[in-house]
Write a protein that binds this ligand. Structure first.
Ligand SMILES: [Zn+2]
Ligand SMILES: [Zn+2]
Length: 130
């Protein structure tokens, strides 16, 4: 079997992005959705999934890019490096030891049209400290 080329991988990603599997689940918040997509597809240096969520769920949230920038989220993964942290992870953070890859609790859901994180998430206390 031929190894899959980069082009085919990219095509497959585009195909799966177009599918319903990669859309937000019913009631799922922005933070849980982008976190779930990053685990699967990784960050491409842009707000790829955050803006996808907005387009699908909160098209009137025109200030989303600016608001995420205010918490240091200039691409999908930075939202979590600088902006939001799981409360379950926050409880375990000690000093500078990063806690990662904990199992994700199910999304606590937000109202339709909201771009706020659900109650699973808290603000990163270390933002700006780097
Ligand atoms: Zn990133
Ligand atoms: Zn959530």
């Amino acid at each position: 079997m031929e190894p899959q080329g980069v082009d085919e991988q990219a095509e497959e990603l585009v195909r799966s992005m177009a599918g319903e599997l990669t859309g937000p689940r019913a009631g799922e918040c922005l933070a849980c959705y982008v976190d779930r997509m990053l685990a699967e597809f990784g960050c491409d240096g842009k707000l790829r999934f955050a803006l996808r969520y907005r387009d699908l769920r909160a098209p009137r949230a025109s200030a989303l890019t600016r608001r995420l920038g205010q918490i240091g989220g200039f691409c999908d993964c930075e939202i979590y490096l600088n902006g939001w942290i799981l409360r379950t992870e926050l409880a375990l953070v000690q000093g500078d030891e990063p806690v990662q890859n904990l199992p994700r609790p199910p999304c606590q859901h937000v109202r339709a049209g909201s771009t706020k994180p659900c109650t699973n998430w808290a603000r990163q206390p270390r933002y700006g400290v780097w």
